[in-house]
Design a protein around this ligand. Sequence first.
Ligand SMILES: NC(=O)c1ccc[n+]([C@@H]2O[C@H](COP(=O)([O-])OP(=O)(O)OC[C@H]3O[C@@H](n4cnc5c(N)ncnc54)[C@H](OP(=O)(O)O)[C@@H]3O)[C@@H](O)[C@H]2O)c1
Length: 327
Amino acid sequence: MRMAIGQADAVKGTTYPNPPVGAVILDRDGEVAGVGGTQPAGEAHAEVVALRRAGTRAAGGTAVVTLEPCNHQGRTGPCVDALLDAGVAAVVFAVSDPNPVAAGGAQRLTDAGVTVSSGVLADDVSGGPLREWLHRQRTGRPHVTWKFGASIDGRSAAADGTSQWITGAAARADVHRHRAVADAIVVGTGTVLSDDPTLTARLTDGTLAARQPLRVVVGEREISSESNILNDESRTMVIRTHDPLEVLQALSDRTDVILEGGPTLAGAFVRAGLVDRILAYLAPTLLGGPITAIDDVGVPTISQARRWRFDGVATVGADVRLSLVPN
Ligand SMILES: NC(=O)c1ccc[n+]([C@@H]2O[C@H](COP(=O)([O-])OP(=O)(O)OC[C@H]3O[C@@H](n4cnc5c(N)ncnc54)[C@H](OP(=O)(O)O)[C@@H]3O)[C@@H](O)[C@H]2O)c1
């Protein structure tokens, strides 16, 4: 299953509207015979890719899949049919398919005499490669990660408003890797006017990544037509609102949204309960001063503090990356 999760991670961001799924086929001796991840929409699902690679070795073997195999005729045939045609004896999956149209795969496999087990590394999958897709299935909204860089005292800019660069090159490269698989990056007009960011996904050599997220500017002020964010390296949407929900409605066809705005927009999203994950890059730096990473989050007293839970802590170069999810 860890191998299957690796396959899913590798195709994340390329499978919309399908979920990024990974699959591994073991032959009847338990040896890996084929691996695969979901291909772009209209092309093969993970199971089919792995089965093709396994060929005749799939017969009598085991399919290990991050999501319950689909039982649904979409642009491609049901994965359950492909597994049955290949003659696999057992299917192991992590997470059940919450989509009623595609669900029922496990039952059909069981009815056909295949040994089915579920829930294997389910938390690693539902908190990992499938996190954003599952959130969208559950809520109908894209999943929002608020990402910020700050000094150890929680300042996201120096007193004069300059913030490039608080964190080091390794942290920035990490952010660019995340952008390259995200569907949209959202900032407020304040960030555009003060930093003039480009908000593209770049490789470490400075060239553009193959896939660029939609850039989104939120706010009522005009931004200059010369702004970097309006260059032709990616598409840009300007949304003249202060309502975070309206922003997400405009992005309702997306799954993975990164909020990279300044303290004003971040506060508005948190107050609206629309931040699903926090990624904080903290530098071993002190800035002090008035510009905090986030403005008012609607907490008048400590008993009403918004509680989160760390779900990942890593060092990235000289900085620390904290990942938090709602508690
Ligand atoms: N370190 C970091 O990770 C990081 C990231 C981004 C920015 N920054 C720093 O943050 C500073 C800019 O802060 P900022 O707060 O101005 O940036 P911002 O949050 O990106 O933009 C704020 C603007 O967004 C609009 N807006 C959208 N929704 C709103 C709402 N619900 N309530 C109020 N306004 C809303 C308003 O513009 P209109 O008046 O146009 O409507 C507001 O002035 C800069 O110093 C920048 O360097 C740091």
